[in-house]
Structures are given as C-alpha cells and as structure tokens.
Write a new protein. Structure first.
Lengths: 572, 176
C-alpha cells in the first residue's frame, strides 16, 4: 500500500477531484481505492482536512471571516445577509447559483502582485476576538518571495543609433548584457540592436517597451521589432499583448501599437502566429514570406494587411549613422552625391569629360558636347568608379579602373548632352517650363521615384565592393530597373541603345530603342561581381537632325534608367 | 427583542466557531470545491432559519452536520447520475477514519501553520497561487509555463509533504 507511485496517484486523484476535473473512470478508481483500504480512506480524510485549512471555504465562510472582530454593527450586517440568504434559499430553484456575498480577503499585508524581492515571508493567521478566545476559523495566508527573475544574461546590446532610454539599467553601453531581472525596458527613441544567446538578432525601434524573458523569448508591450534568426535555429518567440509569434526560420517584423494591436510582417521564411498565448490560444496560422497580418483578438482572427517590410529597421551602424529598413540602394541617389538611401541631391549631375558634379538646372544652353576617349575615374565618391563617353569606334572600351573592357561597344558620335544626372527638372527648350523626365506616363527623377537620366552617349561604373565595404552586414543580390526613352522627349527621332555590364560583360543590351517602349531589367549580382556599368549609346542612325549644322544622332535620345536599384539582403 | 438579539448573537458565534468543521464534513463526502461551496451555503441558510429548533445545551456541530448530511442526500438525489459520488463502502470508511482527525482539528491546524513555513520557496509559491490567490490550476500553468498535469503532480507531492509534516508535529507534541 505504501507504494510511492500508488500514493502519488492517489494524491493526484484527490486533488483533481477537488478541482472538478476528474473523469468518471478516475473517480471510480479513487472510490475503489478508498472502499478497499481503510488506510487510504484515512489518507483521503487527512488530505481533505489540509485542503480545508488552505482553501477559502466557500462564500459563507469568507463572508463571515470579515467580521472576525465582531461588533454590534457587524452582527447586524451578518444578520441581514443571513436573512436575505434564507429567503433566497426558499425561493430559488434547485441548484441555482446563489447570490454572491461580496467579501474582501482578510489579508494583513501586501498581496502577491507586489513582487518586491526584499519582502520576507510572513505567515498570517486570522483570529477572532469575540466572546470566545477559541480559534474560530483559521485561514492560512502565506506571504512569500516569488522566485527572482533570472539574473543570467540572455542578450547583449550590439549597437544603437540615437537611442534614448527612459527605463533601462544605468549607463547602458554597447556590449552590456540584459537579463530577465531587468524587467520592462523602455526605449523612448532611436534604434537598438540586441543579440540573444540563441543568436537571434533583434532590432527595436522606439518608442518601444519590452522585456527579455529568456534566451529565446521577448515580450513586446508596444513598439516595432525586427527579428532575424540563423538558419539552424528556430523557436524564437515574441509575445505581444494579444498574440504570440514563434519563428520557424528566419526573419519577421512585429509592430504593436499602444492599444496592444499586433501586426506581423513575414520577411523571410515562416512563423507561427497565434492569438493569445500558448494556453489561451484558440486560433493559429503559419505566416509565409511576404505575408502580413493584423491580429483581431476579440474575434480570434487574423486580418489581411499590406506587406510593408520597409516600416522596420533591420540593420544599424552607429559609425555610419546607418539605419536600414530593407530598402534597395538607389544608384541615382549615389550620382547625386548620396549614400544610396536618399541623401543625394536631385538634379545633381556628373560631367563625363571631367568627372565633376554640377546642377542640371544651371544649364544655360542646350548644346551637344564632344566627348573624349578615355575612362575618367571618380575620387569624390567611393561608390562611383568612373564615368566616360562610350565609343567603340576605336576598339574595346575601357569601363573600369581595373581596365575591364566592353568588348563590342558600338561606334558612336561621341557626342553627349548635359551629363549623368540624378533626375531633376530641366527645360527643353530653355524657355519651356521645367519638367521631370516621364516614362510610360509616370514621373521619375524625384525622391519618390528616382531616375538616372543619361541622354546618349554616356556611361557610368559603380564599385560594388566599395558599397559592400560601407554596408558590411548587407549583401547585394540584384540590379533592377526599367529603361526607355522619356515620353517628354522631342518627337523627332529618338533612337538609342541601353547596356548593362558586370565586370565588363554584357548582362543586358537593348539596341534601337524608340519612344513609347519600356524595358525591364533584372540582373543577379553575386558576391564576386565587382563593377556594375550602365551605358547609353546613340543608336548610330545615319540620318538625323542637324544641330548647328552638325548631324546629331543623339538628338531626342532622352534615355532614362527608371528606379535603378541594387536590391539588398541582410547577411545571414 | 433582546432575546432575539441574543439568539442571533449566539448563532453567529457558534457558526463562526464551527463552520470550518461543517465545511470539512461536506467536502469529505462531496470532494468538489464548487459543489461543496453551494452545499455549505444551503446548510448555513437552513441552520439559520431553523435555529429556533436547536437545543442550546446540545451539540451544535452534530446538529449542523445532520442538516448538511440531508443537504448532501438531496443533492445526490436531485442530480441523479449526473454527479460522481462515493459508494457506501467508501463513505463508511471515510467517516470512520475522519473521526480522530476532527477530534484533533485544532492541533492539526497549528501543526499545518508550522509546516507551511518549512516548505521550499517554489512550493510555497504554488500553494499561495492556488489557495491564497485562488487561481485555477490552468491559470497557474499559464503563469509558470508548466503543464497542468505536471502541476497536479507537484501539488500532490506538496500535500504529501505537508501531511507527513503535520503527522510528525502531532507525534512530537504528544511526547513533549
């Protein structure tokens, strides 16, 4: 009988019975044990006795205990309640739930929601000071110190940009560790990048309040968060007020607004999104790449949402003040002197003969220029290797400082117009109102829709290695653009060629492009590719407009590379 | 009026003194908190309305338990087969074995006080969450991240520890 397992089972059955979760089969087993063994019957009686001491003994008992210091007033109150109860018992139908008699816990001291770790455990006994000195009704309230949140570090602060903390461990610095014992942290402003022990990177954007729970779990009360887990690990969990997101590999972003509404954007791989938490959850879905959902906790549903990964910061570099939200690198912005993320000047252009920059709007006359042979290296911007006026008439054309050549560059007039520009408005003729270049009825050349305006004959080479060096945590995966002759070009005889080279090798070529045609460009870029070259040539038409009595095959060749982007991806 | 007031006062005093004993009896035979709470309320209500029939020099607890027993019988009868209840053999064993426990209730209460102090910190926390905060086991499971089944096993272990401790204390106090 004294078998440990049997006793353990017996105790479990009794407790489950008291909680009302025992099955008929289990109860039958319990009944049989008690009926057949008087020692177990005694054990049962003892267990019930202990539970009676611990448990709040029903509504009446609780009610009475609040009047332990029995006074005349409290007696009257009790009597009123008893009378009301008696009337109810007479009139209520069988098994009806009786009216609740409100009572307050007779707790001396603080309740358990106070997690002050310094508090000592106390044991409170509720006794009566009535006519009798006897112990009326003992309620054992236990005061305890809840287990301290762990002080073992679970994440490290890697970097911050413009971060301001309104609740954090003092003097937070890069390299500092966070542990669950830090509690709720508030990043009131700026960006912070953390690396968890399980190698998951988390980028938080303030204002945000969060708690680090373990090496693979964070609670986001509000704010924006981007999480990226290495390929071989999954299970990183983000808990929000109304949902739980479990990473199944590898990147997702979460936004929680101040009302607790959660949005999830699946950037790469997949994740499980559950309404509530692991125990109250009733509805759960798997989110796959480029899906986005908003949680409706009240209806236990997930509403569709526009996938918007650029809302979330994915990489930061305080040294370069870089905040990258997954947006592509804009080559037109680089031509304008920028970093590729919108810091360049619209309308800033590069002279292909000298390599110097100027503003397109400062052009006072539209005349074609004669280019010279030779590649012009650029020293004022690391990302630009050089510029040139393309002409294959003398043989293979040098297109990089590494002397890589465009083997079959067509022969051109070597004439060019203005320069290679970061969009911008210009007037043609000069007394006409200035306009941005348009392609397929869409305006380009502004900050919203960048455009690299390259009236033939022009060429520019970008140094991909320099870009990689500047953004070491990001890799270049693709060059993407659309190309064509602008709609607002003069309706004379536009006729031009477009070329895209990687390390001197043609990866895209479209010759004889006329007005009203647009061509899409998509070129994969690998880590071994060093230089990207964009070239426009004048098509070599023999009959063309004369400008100042000079045949100008470049006339009306308003060539545009629309939205010339390098597509980026975070390195794993 | 003064006599009625004295009667009322007496009822309340007696109830406050013995209500735990009454509830213990109910819980023994109806081992389900929710049902036991309802039955306790019905019992107290009937006791109150029939207090004028109580012989003041007789045993209040015995009188109250008689009312409680009738309530339990009615409860079973009305529920038909919808509730789980012990067989006659079990009930006989339970009532027989519980006599001594009830006789030493006061000492057991004091012993339990001491034993609660001696629990390990984590066990104390669980006991507090369940009985002081009155959190259902499934809510404790959510709070602690432990499975419901696991929690029942832990609670069973804690009860066993408390029981052994109470028994030891009772033996010790007897010999002192």
């Amino acid at each position: 009988m004294e078998n440990h397992k049997k006793l353990q089972e017996f105790n479990c059955l009794v407790l489950r019975c008291l909680e009302g979760v025992i099955s008929p089969e289990e109860f039958a087993r319990l009944d049989k044990m008690i009926a057949s063994d008087s020692k177990l019957a005694r054990k049962y009686a003892e267990l019930i006795s202990i539970n009676c001491e611990l448990y709040k003994p029903g509504q009446m008992g609780t009610f009475l205990t609040q009047h332990v210091n029995q006074t005349e007033e409290s007696t009257d109150e009790i009597l009123e309640e008893l009378q009301a109860l008696a009337i109810h018992e007479k009139t209520a139908p069988a098994k009806e739930i009786l009216p609740h008699i409100d009572s307050e816990k007779v707790v001396i001291g603080n309740d358990l929601s106070d997690l002050s770790p310094e508090r000592n455990m106390k044991f409170f006994v509720c006794t009566a000071i009535a006519a009798s000195a006897a112990l009326l009704f003992l309620l054992a309230y236990i005061k305890f110190v809840p287990p301290r949140p762990s002080t073992i570090p679970v994440a490290v602060l890697i970097d911050t940009v413009n971060a301001q903390w309104s609740r954090a461990p003092e003097a937070l610095q890069k390299g500092d560790a966070f542990s669950p014992s830090d509690g709720a942290l508030i990043l009131s402003k700026g960006i912070a990048e953390l690396l968890f022990e399980n190698q998951t990177k988390v980028v938080l954007e303030g204002p945000a309040e969060f708690e680090l729970i373990s090496i693979d779990q964070i609670t986001l009360h509000y704010g924006r968060l981007f999480a990226s887990s290495p390929n071989q690990s999954y299970g990183f969990t983000v808990q929000t007020p109304d949902s739980q997101i479990v990473d199944l590999g590898t990147e997702f972003a979460v936004k929680v607004d101040v009302t607790g509404v959660t949005e999830v954007h699946m950037i790469k791989g997949k994740a499980r999104l559950t309404v509530g938490n692991k125990d109250t959850a009733q509805n759960s879905i798997i989110l796959t790449e480029t899906q986005a959902k908003r949680v409706d906790a009240a209806k236990q549903m997930f509403n569709p949402l526009r996938f918007s990964p650029v809302e979330f910061v994915r990489e930061i570099d305080s040294g370069r003040n870089l905040i990258w939200r997954g947006e592509p690198l804009n080559l037109a912005d680089i031509v304008g002197g920028g970093d590729g993320f919108g810091t360049g000047k619209i309308g800033s252009a590069i002279d292909p003969k000298t390599g110097s920059s100027f503003m397109l709007k400062n052009i006072t006359e539209w005349i074609p220029y004669q280019g010279s042979d030779g590649y012009v290296p650029i020293s004022w911007h690391d990302f630009i290797d050089g510029v040139f006026v393309p002409n294959g008439g003398s043989g293979p054309l040098t297109v990089t400082t590494e002397k890589q050549v465009f083997e079959h560059c067509p022969e051109t007039s070597r004439m060019y117009w203005a320069g290679i520009s970061n969009g911008g408005q210009f007037s043609e003729p000069l007394d006409a109102p200035p306009e941005f270049p348009r392609l397929n009825n869409t305006v380009y050349g502004n900050s919203e829709r960048p455009g690299l305006f390259m009236h033939s004959n022009l060429g520019i080479t970008f140094d991909l290695n320099a870009i990689r060096k500047a953004y070491p945590d990001i890799k270049i995966t693709e060059f993407r653009a659309a190309c064509g002759i602008c709609d607002n070009a003069p309706k004379r005889l536009p006729y031009a060629d477009f070329w895209v080279l990687v390390d001197g090798q043609v990866r895209f070529g479209q010759s004889g492009v006329r007005a009203d045609t647009v061509h899409e460009i998509s070129i994969s870029i690998t880590d071994n590719d060093r230089f990207l070259t964009l070239i426009t040539t004048d098509g070599g038409e023999e009959v063309s407009v004369l400008i100042n009595d000079v045949p100008a095959p470049i006339d009306s060749d308003w060539c545009l590379f629309a939205e010339p982007y390098l597509i980026l991806q975070a390195k794993e | 009026m003064s006599k009625e007031k004295d009667q009322n006062q007496l009822f309340i005093q007696l109830l406050m003194k013995y209500q735990k004993r009454i509830y213990n009896f109910i819980l023994l035979l109806v081992p389900n908190y929710a049902d036991a709470d309802d039955l306790m309320q019905e019992t107290v209500s009937t006791m109150w309305s029939k207090f004028d029939t109580f012989q003041q020099d007789s045993n209040f607890t015995a009188w109250a338990i008689k009312i409680a027993r009738n309530k339990i019988l009615n409860f079973r009868r009305n529920a038909n087969n919808k509730i789980l209840h012990f067989s006659e053999e079990s009930m006989t064993n339970i009532l027989e074995e519980s006599k001594e426990i009830f006789e030493k209730q006061h000492d057991r209460t004091l012993a339990l006080q001491e034993c609660l102090f001696k629990l390990a910190e984590y066990d104390r926390k669980l006991v507090s969450l369940r009985y002081e905060q009155d959190l259902p086991v499934k809510d404790i499971s959510r709070l602690t991240g432990r499975s419901v089944n696991g929690l029942y096993h832990t609670m069973a272990r804690i009860h066993k520890i408390l029981l052994q401790c109470v028994q030891r204390n009772m033996i010790f106090w007897k010999t002192v």
